[in-house]
Structures are given as C-alpha cells and as structure tokens.
Design a protein around this ligand. Structure first.
Ligand SMILES: NC(=O)c1ccc[n+]([C@@H]2O[C@H](COP(=O)([O-])OP(=O)(O)OC[C@H]3O[C@@H](n4cnc5c(N)ncnc54)[C@H](OP(=O)(O)O)[C@@H]3O)[C@@H](O)[C@H]2O)c1
Length: 261
C-alpha cells in the first residue's frame, strides 16, 4: 500500500532511539523528508546519515530538551519558519517512577513541561502551516496508563492523560481543515527503555533478566514484547494520507495487554 506521503516533511521527536527512531525510519522509508529531535545530537547525526543514505531523503538533526521552555519556544520558530512540517510525531522520555504522594515539584513541573506544555506549543506551531495547506497529521506517543493507571508511574499517568484530552479536543477543532490528531499507546515495546527496565527489575528481584522477561511476557496475550517495527508501521499509517478519517482516537499497540475494552 502506498501511504501517499512521499516528499512530505515530518518532524519526529524523541527520535534518537526506540519508538521515535523507529517511526523516523518508517517515515523515511515512505519517502518523507525527516527532521529528528532529541537531546543527543551525536546519536541523531548517525540516524540522519542512515536515513539519507538508505532512503535518499532529506534529513536533519535538531537537539532539543523538551523540559526547557525557552528551547521549545526557539524550536517552534523553526517549525513556523523554515520547517513547516506536514507530519508531527510528539514523543519524549517517560517521567520517573514512584508513589504518587510526595512527588517533588521539580518532577511534576519538568514532566508537565516535557510531555504536555511542549506538545501543546509544538502542535500549535505546526498547525499554522497545516491549516494553510488544509492537510496535516499530529500523533503523540502516550502510555497504557492513560486507560488503566499504572501504580508505579503515577506522574506519567497524570500528565499523559492531559495529552489525551488535549488531542481529542484539538482533533474536533481542526478536522475541518483535513488535519488529524491522534494518540498512540505502546504496551511493552522492545526498546532500550524496556531492556533497562528489565535489568532494573532483575537486580531488584534477584532473578535473571530472562526470568523477568518470561514473567512480563506471561502478562501479554501475544506472549511477547512488540517490536519497534510493529509499532512504527502503525504510527506511519496513522501519519499517512491513507488514515484521513481516523482522528480524535487512541490507538493501542499492545498485543492485547490492556485489560479494559
Ligand atoms: N517502550 C515501551 O514499552 C513503552 C511503554 C509505555 C510507554 N512508553 C513511552 O513511550 C515513549 C517512547 O518509548 P521508548 O521506549 O522509545 O523510550 P526511550 O527508549 O526511553 O526513548 C525516549 C526518547 O526520547 C528522548 N528524550 C528523553 N527525554 C527527552 C527530553 N527531555 N527532551 C527531548 N527528548 C527526550 C530520548 O533521547 P535523548 O536521550 O537523546 O534526549 C529518546 O530518543 C516514552 O515516553 C515512554 O515512556 C514506552
């Protein structure tokens, strides 16, 4: 299936590894020119070189810390000016875990900034040109905690629920301009983050990483973690011309993990 996005410009955030990098690769494979953002410019530079040589597309790296309000404002100027992306993938790292009582103000503020306020400002900046062109795609990576709160990552549950509500509200406002706004939910996807979490659990529980994985897989109807490619394929479709009637939705890529319907 031709996704109909060849030659379009995509801004992909949280793209130096994991899900974000996978989505950048999937979009470049469809012929999109890609701007990849995250904090580590050296890692992004390697990805840019790969995307250019493999896919013959234009690619650019942009170093951004989504917790930094001023840096996000500067990036928004690039979005409104030279980039004007038709496709926007919002993504960044997850907040630290712990109990919900007693979370430091600094953690709340950094997480709200990175995962909610920055997404709002970046989306608004991108919307200007999308409305002018009467075409646009905005997709934000969330977490299964927005459907069934995960006790160990309360800040993620709270902040990401805000983005679900924002996306649905925005979707209704901009649908008439040919712009879709959706969120996408990873269950357990096999990224660097998941590898690190399993190592941490292995040390904490005093069992091998393999046994931690077996315990995790037993909770997943598909019996395994999802691959980055499986996640990125669905994201690329949602960001494509073909998904023109999907908006205001939360799409789960979880192998059946989330228990609620
Ligand atoms: N993988 C899963 O199973 C899973 C499940 C549920 C939810 N999620 C959520 O989905 C998102 C992506 O998951 P992942 O597994 O791909 O995560 P990951 O491997 O930790 O990658 C996170 C990406 O975000 C970037 N990033 C982190 N903090 C940032 C900041 N302050 N400003 C800008 N960029 C930042 C990182 O690059 P730099 O370090 O270079 O900035 C990296 O490229 C995360 O928010 C995660 O919490 C993932």
């Amino acid at each position: 299936m031709d996704l109909g996005i060849k030659g379009k410009t995509a801004l992909v955030l949280g793209a130096s590894q994991g899900i974000g990098a996978g989505i950048a690769r999937a979009l470049a494979a469809e012929g999109c020119n890609v701007i990849v953002g995250a904090r580590r410019e050296d890692v992004l530079a390697e990805l840019v070189a790969e995307l250019k040589s493999k896919n013959g597309v234009e690619a650019e790296a942009y170093s951004i810390d989504m917790t930094d309000k001023a840096a996000v404002a500067a990036m928004c100027e690039k979005i409104q000016g030279e980039w004007q992306p038709e496709i926007l993938l919002n993504n960044a790292g997850g907040p630290p875990g712990g109990n919900i009582i007693g979370v430091d103000d600094e953690i709340w503020e950094a997480s709200l900034q990175a995962l909610l306020m920055s997404v709002i400002r970046i989306s608004e900046a991108a919307l200007e040109a999308m409305i002018e062109r009467q075409w646009g795609r905005i997709l934000t990576v969330t977490s299964s905690g927005v459907i069934a709160p995960i006790p160990t990552i309360p800040v993620s549950n709270v902040v990401r629920s805000g983005i679900v509500s924002y996306s649905k509200t925005l979707a209704n406002e901009v649908a008439k301009h040919g712009i879709t706004v959706n969120t996408i939910i990873p269950g357990r996807i096999d990224t660097e983050r998941t590898v690190n979490m399993d190592k941490f659990a292995s040390e904490k529980q005093g069992i091998s990483v393999e046994d931690v994985q077996k315990k995790s897989w037993a909770q997943i109807p598909a019996g395994r973690y999802g691959s980055v490619e499986e996640f990125a394929d669905v994201a690329a479709f949602l960001l494509s011309a073909r998904a023109s009637y999907v908006t205001g939705s939360q799409i789960r890529i979880d192998g059946g993990t989330i228990k609620n319907v």
